[in-house]
Design a protein around this ligand. Sequence first.
Ligand SMILES: Nc1ncnc2c1ncn2[C@@H]1O[C@H](COP(=O)(O)OP(=O)(O)O)[C@@H](O)[C@H]1O
Ligand SMILES: [Mg+2]
Length: 355
Amino acid sequence: MIIRKIVYKNFRNIEYACVTPSESVTVFNGLNGQGKTNILEGVYFFAGGRSFRTVHENELVRFGNEYGQIEMTFFDGKRENEMLFRFVPRLGKRFCSINGVPITRLSEVVGKFRAVLFCPEHLSIVKDGPSVRRKFIDHALSQTDTDYLRSLQKYNALLSQRNALIKMARDRRDDNIFLLSDVYAEQLANEAEIISEKRDIYVSCLSVVSDEIINDMTGGNESCKLTYQTRKTKEEYLSLLTENRDRELRFGATLYGTHKDDIEIMLNGREARAFGSQGQQRSVALSMKIAEGELSRKVSGTYPVFLFDDILSELDEKRREYLLSGIENKQVIITSCDKIDTPCKVYNVNNGVVN
Ligand SMILES: Nc1ncnc2c1ncn2[C@@H]1O[C@H](COP(=O)(O)OP(=O)(O)O)[C@@H](O)[C@H]1O
Ligand SMILES: [Mg+2]
């Protein structure tokens, strides 16, 4: 995957920018709040058809403008492609086209362009709550597996409908309303089985590759193992939902399902979250991110583009060197407040102006 060109128009604080990244390393330098992450947000948008920062796409349009737009030309290993997103707040809509053909469904975007994003939030993936880890697999899987994305979207829609019913049942103290939520339980369990199976398989693969990487990074000193918790069958998900009515009614929400699952991360045979030092936890995070890129290549034959948002200054010398040593023949885009001492193409970002 190689990005040739990205054109931003009224995207976030960028009025206009045309970026032609190097085929290896490109760095966006600038002080805080100038628009570096906005640049990467635009790039990553092409990878899944959504922002990694917001679900409100109106925010992507530069204040006071009718529309905002991003356009990318990239080579996917076989052919050159052109992809465009236009956001129109007044219509509450966004438009997408690939090679000039209008695209209406998000699933048609999936897999066309792939990227791995590594941002400071990921460094605490071991220590933080389960939602960060679920988001990690969701982003990774959604990029290569249309069926996964479809199930996830369906599951989330069903979940919010069921939650609304349970909340209403609680607020009105009406059990009959709660019984209606069973209509959703069956369908939720269906999708949950699909989601948990795919996550389980993905995490097993990620585990093997992450272990190899952390081994390599630490000269054989560390090993890690990742396990999805917990893959269940449709019947198991369904009985959790039907057997815990009282509890769910008390909380006013769906308490069981794949939206509660987690990844267990073991380091040298112990739970990394409890027993790993900050440095060790960061090594695991790093190895998981590099592994994500390796798996993406295994699935589709070419490396994704790597995006490092403000990550290098957070890593110590040893880990930074490891990360940078592995980026030969990959396209990498880095944002940083400091200068980077690696051969690269440099852009300066100042108040939304890129040059
Ligand atoms: N829709 C928008 N229109 C104009 N400016 C915006 C919009 N969204 C965010 N910004 C501005 O973008 C800047 C943040 O850019 P960001 O890329 O996060 O900076 P950094 O260089 O630190 O990564 C802030 O100044 C913010 O006000
Ligand atoms: Mg930033």
